[in-house]
Ligand binder design. Structure first.
Ligand code: HEC
Length: 488
C-alpha cells in the first residue's frame, strides 16, 4: 500500500523540462499540482471514494447541458413550452441533451445517496470534519432546490401541476409560508412571473451558491484530508498513505466515464417526454412528482388532516436538524459501523422507510382504477404529443405580432396579413368576422401549393364576397401562406 513517491514534488523538479520551469516561476504551478495530486489518502485509493468526484463531474455536465438548453429556452409562461418543444423536436441532438440534463438530475440524487451513505457508514464526518459535513448538508439542500426549480421550467401539464403542489406545500408552513409562497410564485397564481423566478433561481442564484459551497466543501475536505478506511483513527491517521495521483485519479476518471456512458445510453434509448402545454383549467390532471420526491409526497398524504402540521412540517424539520447535527452527536473516535448502532440503525430505518413510502405510493396508484386509468391517459397524452411535429403555437396574445413563432417566415407572413388588411374581413389572427369565414385550421383544407394557387385564382365565393385581389411576389406569397397555415 505504501507509496510515498510524489511525482510532482520538488525532488523531481530538477528533471523538469525548461518550459515547466518557466511556467512554475510565474505561476507556482508545481506546488499547485502538488497540492491537487499528492493529497495523501490513508490506506490508499479505493472504489468507495469515487462518489464525491462523480458528483463533481455530474455538476459540470449539468452546467454544460444547461447552457445549451438556455440558448433556446425562453422563461415565460407563453413561450417556455414552445421553446422546450422546439428543443425536443427540431434542434439537432436537442432531445438528447435535454434528456442528459433531466437524467443527470436523477443521477445526482442517486450519487448523493451513495455519497452520504458512505460518509455515514464509514463515520467519515469524525475528526473535526463537522463543518465539512455541514457544507455537505447545504449542498444537499441546494441540489434538491435545483431539482425542484428545474422541474417547472418545461411548463407542460406534469411540471405545472407538480410545481403547483410543491408551492402549495410551502404555503402550508406556519407564519412565513404564505408570503414565501407568494414570493416564489410572484403572485397568488402560477404564471409568467413564476417561470421567471424559478428560472432565475435555477440558472443564477442556486448555481452561484452551489459553486461557493462546492468550493468550500472541497477546501474543507482537503484541509482535513481523507478519513480513510473504517479502522483508521479520524484525528491522527496511522495507516500508510498513498497519493491521490495516480490510482485514485484513475478510479475517479473511470467512474466518471461510466457515468457518461450510462447517461448517454439512457438518454439515447429512453429520451424523456414533453407533455402537452400546461392548462391550469384542467381539473382532471393527477400530478405525480419525480421519483425522489414521491416518498415525501406519500408521507404528506399519510399525515394529511389533523396531523399535517406536526407530520408535514415539524417532524421533517426535526429530522433535517438531526441529520445536520450527526457529527456533533456522534463524537467518539470509533468509526466501525457495528460499534455505532444508533447512527447506523437510524440511517437504515430512514432509507428503509423512504423506499417503503415510494413503493406504497405506486401500489396506491395501481390499486385505484380511476387513478390508474387517468395516469395511463396522461402518459399516453405525453407520448402522442411527442409524436406530433413541432408547431409554433399561437398564444393568448391579441395581435398577430405577439404570436409565439420561432419561424421567421411565419412572422413575416403575419406582417403581410396585417398590411394587406386581410384582418378587416377574416379577423385578427384569422378568427373570422361576419364579412368572411375564419381561416384558422386552413392547413387541413389546403396544402401550401393549393393555398398559394387559391390566393391568385379566387373561387366564385371569394369573388362574390368582394375579397380584394392579392398582389404579392412569390416570396411574400410563401410567407403569407406559411402564416395562414400556422393559424391554429
Ligand atoms: C372584403 C373582405 C375580405 C378581405 C379583405 C379578404 N378576404 Fe379572404 N375571403 C373573403 C370571402 C368573402 C371569402 C369566401 C368565403 C367562403 O368561401 O365562404 C374569402 C376566402 C378566403 C380564403 C379561402 C377560405 C376557404 O376556406 O376556402 C382564403 C385563404 C382567404 N380568403 C385569404 C385571404 C387573405 C390572405 C386576405 C388578405 C390578403 C384576404 N383573404 C382578404 C373576404 C375577404
Amino acid at each position: 500500500m505504501s507509496n510515498t513517491k510524489h511525482p510532482a514534488t520538488s525532488e523531481t523538479a530538477k528533471a523538469d523540462p525548461a518550459w515547466v520551469k518557466w511556467l512554475d516561476r510565474r505561476t507556482g504551478i508545481r506546488s499547485l499540482l502538488h497540492e491537487a495530486l499528492d493529497e495523501p489518502i490513508p490506506g490508499g485509493a479505493r472504489w468507495a471514494y469515487i462518489f464525491g468526484s462523480g458528483l463533481l463531474y455530474l455538476f459540470l455536465s449539468q452546467i454544460v447541458t444547461g447552457i445549451f438548453l438556455t440558448l433556446y429556452y425562453v422563461p415565460s409562461s407563453d413561450h417556455a413550452h414552445t421553446t422546450v418543444a422546439y428543443i425536443s423536436k427540431v434542434v439537432s441532438s436537442g432531445l438528447f441533451i435535454r434528456s442528459v440534463h433531466a437524467y443527470g438530475a436523477s443521477a445526482i440524487i442517486i450519487l448523493l445517496i451513495f455519497h452520504i451513505s458512505q460518509t455515514l457508514l464509514y463515520g467519515s464526518y469524525k475528526g473535526r470534519r463537522d463543518l465539512l459535513w455541514l457544507s455537505g448538508c447545504v449542498l444537499l439542500a441546494l441540489m434538491l432546490g435545483m431539482a425542484f426549480t428545474g422541474y417547472l421550467l418545461p411548463w407542460d401539464e406534469k411540471s405545472y401541476f407538480a410545481s403547483a403542489i410543491g408551492t402549495n406545500l410551502i404555503g402550508e408552513v406556519p407564519l412565513i409560508g404564505p408570503s414565501m409562497q407568494e414570493l416564489l410564485r410572484g403572485g397568488m397564481q402560477m404564471g409568467t412571473l413564476t417561470v421567471s423566478r424559478f428560472f432565475v433561481l435555477h440558472v443564477f442564484i442556486l448555481p452561484g451558491l452551489l459553486f461557493a459551497f462546492i468550493a468550500m466543501h472541497i477546501f474543507l475536505f482537503r484541509k482535513k484530508g481523507a478519513a480513510g478506511p473504517i479502522q483508521e483513527d479520524p484525528y491522527t491517521p496511522k495507516l500508510p498513505t498513498q497519493g491521490f495521483y495516480p490510482r485514485q485519479v484513475a478510479m475517479d476518471m473511470a467512474a466518471s466515464l461510466f457515468i457518461v456512458l450510462a447517461l448517454a445510453l439512457v438518454a439515447h434509448f429512453l429520451p424523456i417526454d414533453l407533455g402537452p402545454r400546461a392548462n391550469p383549467a384542467d381539473t382532471s390532471y393527477i400530478p405525480r412528482p419525480e421519483w425522489y420526491y414521491v416518498p415525501m409526497f406519500q408521507w404528506l398524504k399519510i399525515v394529511s388532516g389533523r396531523w399535517s402540521l406536526i407530520g408535514g412540517i415539524v417532524f421533517p424539520a426535526f429530522l433535517a436538524l438531526l441529520f445536520a447535527a450527526i457529527p456533533f452527536l456522534d463524537r467518539g473516535r470509533e468509526r466501525r459501523p457495528w460499534r455505532r448502532p444508533v447512527v447506523v440503525a437510524s440511517f437504515v430505518i430512514f432509507i428503509g422507510s423512504y423506499v417503503a413510502l415510494g413503493v406504497a405510493s405506486h401500489r396506491d396508484d395501481a390499486r385505484d382504477p380511476s387513478v390508474a386509468s387517468q395516469l395511463a391517459l396522461q402518459k399516453q397524452a405525453e407520448i402522442n404529443y411527442m409524436r406530433q411535429p413541432f408547431q409554433a403555437q399561437a398564444t393568448s396574445g391579441t395581435t398577430s405580432a405577439s404570436l409565439a413563432t420561432s419561424n421567421p417566415l411565419v412572422t413575416k407572413g403575419a406582417t403581410i396579413y396585417e398590411a394587406q388588411s386581410c384582418s378587416a374581413c377574416h379577423g385578427e389572427n384569422g378568427t373570422g368576422t361576419a364579412a368572411a369565414p375564419a381561416l384558422v385550421g386552413i392547413d387541413r383544407k389546403y396544402s401550401a401549393d393549393q393555398l398559394a394557387h387559391l390566393l391568385h385564382h379566387f373561387s366564385p365565393k371569394m369573388i362574390q364576397g368582394g375579397m380584394p385581389a392579392v398582389d404579392l411576389d412569390p416570396a411574400d406569397t410563401d410567407a403569407l401562406v406559411a402564416y395562414l397555415r400556422s393559424l391554429k
